[in-house]
Ligand binder design. Structure first.
Ligand code: F6R
Length: 612
């Protein structure tokens, strides 16, 4: 979604801001803009479309010499919510005097009230955005101290925000604040950066300060001074970013998605590192922060998440019930808060999120805490809001996921959920023997994934027939049902083919009416106790002329009705969810590539969904 970058230092701000915006392109956006300080005035440019268009405008309008004298600025990529993606709606927005500029992520819920009040005072708004209400309100309060004016304005505001503000009258300063939208400050040598996502500043510094909700910071080239909304000083630690700048580059791959698919042996290895106890057949997950007794006394596990993370939770559901004999359920995070959920102190609520910033998942964390449940995060982005608010949790250590379509986060999430189920299982009903066998299988995950990646060209061949269709089904049973849902999600989001994931047995209860001759039906037909049933369901499709693509186990039972097969290595059916999903990721990738789709940034999508 929207992205923020700010720079205050001694170098020219514009190139830093533009390269930061490019780093944030993956989040999805439809317009961009920037403002820089030039002596005691501000220069601004905005453009609809890609950052490249903004960069063209910068080149056309500001000479390099002029830019080189401007070393403070703020910039933004906007994903339209209030008002169409037009230049007038793009950020930065100004106050009435034009001497203040602001960029904003999030949604201001009471902007209509503020706007009406300001209009009654004579303000003439130039955009349809909620943001302009904030920039104008700051201007109303401005009496020579930008931070004070920002605080006074923010105290009037309801909703979510991450903002960065500059004033023509305060050279060398950026004021930033957050509530509900992430903001991180990068602390360099004689320069500071601000960003909504650390990937925008990693090439400048690894030292960062994550702001908490309610923080307001005055940032200069050499200092960061943080207070709360009551002007009370706040102390925040400087953290070290874990990943390298190269992690947010394509590294020779055609797309980030392909790179991230291929990173999975390593990312899953990182998720497992130090966590598998191969002597006792269990897992070590200190981040869960629970005593053995607390784990034994757990009555239920409730997983919440959205999209791909929700699908990972659905696999976890099978693992918890099967391995740990503990009641488990998965709820869409968007539903959790509004259904007045039944959870209490004996329940563990696991918030699953790659970004750690998804608004619905964060709201679910808050609701679960309110109800007294034990809450933990299963998050990839270190220092993200969910990771911090959940208080306890297990990081995925998958490294930055840049492609909008999630891949390595899913496999990391499932791997960690398997570890959790193993650990809980060993404290309950799982014998040491079964624990050892499972731990061994989980430890093989990187090599199981490698085996699938080696079939890249065979999978690309299967993609050729699929790419010609506009509809597809994905079918699975048991833990392969969520894999079918995930396979369909991947295909639809990046190739724009209409794809439906179904429980294999559900098809004949309605959706089978959609089958037409030749329609691709992907069947997850790996070795499992329900394989015969799954094949039976696939037969029903075959009988109606479907083109069956079966995901089958190497040296496993034959699926004679399949028109094409993709082979995954033999392993435990729960663990097979990971190699199977990798096969489906590659399949979707190649279909989208053959159809010429913008794979890393599909239309209408944003990487981290920070609005409800
Ligand atoms: C799909 C995808 C989304 C995310 C969802 C949740 O490929 O990426 O469905 O999984 O928006 O995001 P996180 O995991 O960041 O909470």
């Amino acid at each position: 979604m929207c992205g923020i970058v700010g720079y205050v230092g001694r170098s020219a701000a514009t190139p830093v801001l533009l390269s930061g915006l490019r780093r944030l392109e993956y989040r999805g956006y439809d317009s961009a803009g920037l403002s820089i300080q030039e002596g005691k005035s501000l220069l601004s440019l905005r453009a609809v479309g890609k950052v490249a268009r903004l960069a063209d405008k910068v080149r056309a309008e500001w000479s390099e010499d002029r830019q080189s004298k401007c070393s403070v600025g703020i910039a933004h990529t906007r994903w339209a919510t209030h008002g169409a993606p037009t230049e007038a709606n793009a950020h930065p927005h100004a106050d009435a005097s034009g001497r203040i500029r602001l960029v904003h992520n999030g949604i201001i819920e009471n902007y209509r009230v503020i706007r009406a009040k300001l209009e009654a005072k004579g303000h003439v708004f130039s955009s349809e955005t909620d943001t302009e209400a904030v920039s104008r309100l700051i201007g109303e309060y401005y009496k020579g101290d930008l931070r004070k004016a920002v605080i006074s304005a923010l105290r009037q505001i309801e909703g979510a925000y991450g903002i960065a503000v500059i004033s023509a009258d305060e050279p060398g300063r950026i004021v930033v604040a957050r509530k509900g939208s992430p903001l991180v400050i990068g602390v360099g040598e004689g320069e500071c950066l601000v960003a909504s996502d650390p990937s925008a500043l990693i090439s400048h510094t690894r030292r960062v300060i994550y702001l908490d909700d309610g923080d307001v910071a005055l940032v200069t080239a050499d200092s960061v001074d943080i207070t709360d909304l009551n002007h009370a000083p706040m102390d925040r630690d400087v953290a070290e970013l874990e990943f390298e700048a190269g992690a947010v580059e394509k590294g020779g791959y055609a797309h980030f998605m392909l790179k991230e698919i291929h990173e999975q042996p390593e990312s899953v290895r990182n998720a497992l590192r130090g966590r598998l106890d191969l002597l006792n057949g269990t897992a070590v997950l200190s981040g869960m922060g629970a005593t053995a007794r607390e784990l034994i006394e757990l009555q239920r596990i409730v997983m919440v998440g959205c999209g791909t993370s929700l699908h990972a939770g659905m696999v976890g559901d099978f693992a918890f019930e099967d391995l740990a004999a503990i009641q488990a359920e998965v709820q869409p995070a968007a539903e959790f808060r509004y259904r007045n959920p039944l959870v209490d102190g004996r329940d563990l609520v696991v918030a699953i999120s790659q970004s750690g910033e998804t608004a619905d998942t964060l709201a679910a964390v808050r609701e679960a805490k309110e109800k007294g449940a034990m809450v933990m995060g299963l998050v990839n982005v270190v220092g993200s809001t969910i990771a911090r608010e959940a208080g306890r949790g297990v990081y995925l250590h998958a490294g930055p996921e840049i492609s909008v379509a999630s891949t390595k986060a899913f496999t990391g999430q499932v791997a960690v959920l398997l570890l959790m189920a193993l650990k809980l299982g060993r404290g309950r009903r799982l014998s040491r023997e079964r624990g050892l066998a499972l731990a061994g299988e989980i430890g093989r995950l990187p090599e199981l994934i490698e085996a699938v990646l080696k079939q890249d060209s065979a999978i690309a061949k299967v993609a050729e027939s699929m790419a010609k269709h506009e509809h597809a089904f994905f079918l699975g049973r048991g833990p392969m049902h969520p894999v079918a849902l995930e396979g369909a999600l991947k295909l639809k989001e990046i190739s724009y083919i209409h794809a439906e994931g179904y429980h294999a047995a559900e098809l004949k209860h309605g959706p089978i009416a959609l089958l037409t001759p030749g329609m691709p039906v992907v069947v997850l037909a790996n070795r499992s106790s329900v394989l015969e049933k799954t094949i039976g369901n696939a037969e029903e499709c075959k009988a109606r002329g479907a083109h069956i693509i079966a995901i089958v186990t190497e040296d496993g039972p034959e699926v004679a009705i399949a028109d094409e097969v993709i082979i995954i290595p033999d392993c435990d059916p729960l663990i097979a969810t990971i190699p199977a999903v990798v096969a489906l990721q590659l399949l979707s990738y190649h279909v989208a590539r053959l159809r010429g789709c913008p794979i890393d940034q599909p239309r209408n999508l944003a990487k981290s969904v920070t609005v409800e």
